[in-house]
Design a protein around this ligand. Structure first.
Ligand code: NAP
Ligand code: F7E
Length: 375
């Protein structure tokens, strides 16, 4: 048996970091992950790996670190000698980036430079994946967006990530590094952070149906996103680093949907049909009908309990969605829809999970959590 490849992952405790770690361990890699010191546990998404004695300290090693600390990154590179680096660490929340723009730049832009420069300095022969984003397209200059679409970021997050993108291109050209930008459109899962809109919706819908919450307050319901399923996108990251030449790739589904459509489907999966009334800040999602024939297949075995809950807490004409201007952004990205033909042609990468299936996976997972734990 050959020697295992070694991967170093920043952002291992995040949504993508956790799926990528599972994927790489299954492929026979030894994975080193950088975690931040935090005042409470932040390893929830990788605990199933971390607490497995067959994995911890044989296939998975965790190191304290931070992409704002150059000496730490240099040390970790010298200690771990990775074949592949996946730079997923980021202040990744677009709305929050308006509140902490400088910190966002420090982590998302300069953090990327620190890593590339550490690779250059150590002369390590390693491949580098940069978590670039569809937020680079921002105020879109053409529809759909692909690798040749001009960028127009609309947030401090997008602007910081554009620096990350170009510094990867520059170090690739200047120092011949094997470095790739994955320009990934939104990708979601039951492990998505609770303040991103998809997870906020599926969690709230589950709680509303179970009587823990009356309604959900959201911002721009008209925003359109190209939403895919995170584990598939993590496989795409790995595929980029297995090519003969480093290039940049868009990963996307090629479909776009509004936030409102996401809300509709999440409620529908739990047997609740909505009707939208009013406009702009006065728009409301109101219960039109309760129909347990709409219930997701995975929930059939909890049907009696579901019926008991939903009939108790959800009534026709209940207002379950409201608009709250506090969730609006100073500048919004109105529409994203990606064209991933290059990834399909060169990598053979293709998204499998369709929009409705994605909403159902997330709704089901949150409903099961709420039923079991109440939150
Ligand atoms: P996420 O769940 O927010 O995870 C971010 C990770 O970065 C967490 O592990 C976080 O650690 C870590 N981190 C934050 N600041 C750090 C610092 N200063 N030093 C070291 N680690 C730090 O994000 P994600 O959804 O998995 O996304 C992964 C990457 O892809 C991010 O770079 C994101 O910007 C980018 N991206 C995401 C999407 C998407 O739709 N998900 C699309 C395109 C690009 P803690 O757990 O301690 O907070
Ligand atoms: O917002 C609208 C909001 O925060 C999506 C990050 O992973 O993907 C993500 O960035 C849309 C926006 O994701 C609420 O205005 C309405 O138009 O889920 P989000 P994002 O901003 O698209 C990209 C590709 C990344 O790279 C980022 O790291 O939904 N929206 N109401 C809301 N958004 C939030 N968060 N909360 C609301 O209440």
């Amino acid at each position: 048996m050959g020697k295992s490849k070694i991967a170093l992952i920043t952002g291992i405790t995040g949504q993508d970091g956790s799926y990528l770690t599972e994927f790489l361990i299954n492929k026979g890699y030894v994975v080193h992950g950088i975690i931040r010191r935090s005042s409470s546990f932040n390893t929830g998404r990788i605990d199933h790996l971390y607490t497995n004695p067959e994995i911890l300290n044989t296939k998975l090693f965790l190191h304290y670190g931070d992409v704002t600390d150059t000496s730490n990154l240099n040390r970790l590179l010298e200690k771990t000698h990775p074949d592949e680096i996946y730079n997923l660490a980021a202040q990744s929340h677009v709305k929050v980036s308006f509140e902490v723009p400088e910190y966002t730049a420090e982590v998302d832009a300069i953090g990327t430079l620190r890593f590339l420069d550490a690779i250059r300095e150590t002369g390590l022969k390693t491949k580098f994946y940069q978590a670039s984003t569809s937020e680079l397209f921002g105020k879109v200059q053409s529809i759909p967006q692909n690798e040749n679409t001009p960028f127009y970021p609309r947030s401090p997050y997008g602007v910081a990530k554009i620096y990350g993108y170009w510094i990867v291109v520059n170090y690739r050209e200047a120092y011949n590094l094997f470095a790739c930008n994955g320009i990934l459109f939104n990708h979601e899962s039951p492990r998505r952070g609770e303040t991103f809109v998809t997870r906020k919706i599926t969690r709230a819908v589950a709680k509303i149906v179970c009587g823990y919450q009356k309604n959900i307050k959201l911002g721009n319901l008209n925003a359109k996103r190209d939403w895919g399923y995170a584990p598939e996108y993590c496989e795409g990251m790995w595929m980029m680093l297995q090519q003969n030449y480093p290039e940049d790739y868009v990963l996307a589904t090629g479909e776009t949907h509004t936030v409102r459509e996401f809300v509709d489907l999440a409620f529908k999966g739990l047997g609740v049909e909505l009707e939208w009334q009013g406009e702009k800040e006065r728009e409301k999602g109101v219960v039109k009908n309760i129909d347990d024939s709409l219930l997701l297949e995975g929930l059939i075995n909890v049907k009696p309990l579901y019926k008991e809950l939903v009939l108790k807490y959800i009534k026709k004409n209940n207002v379950v969605v409201e608009v709250d201007k506090n969730y609006y952004r100073p500048t919004e990205v109105d529409l994203l829809i990606g064209d991933a033909s290059k990834a399909y042609n060169n990598l053979g990468w293709k998204p499998k999970t369709k929009f409705e299936e994605l909403v159902n996976i997330m709704t089901l997972a949150d409903f099961e959590k709420v039923i079991k734990r109440g939150y």
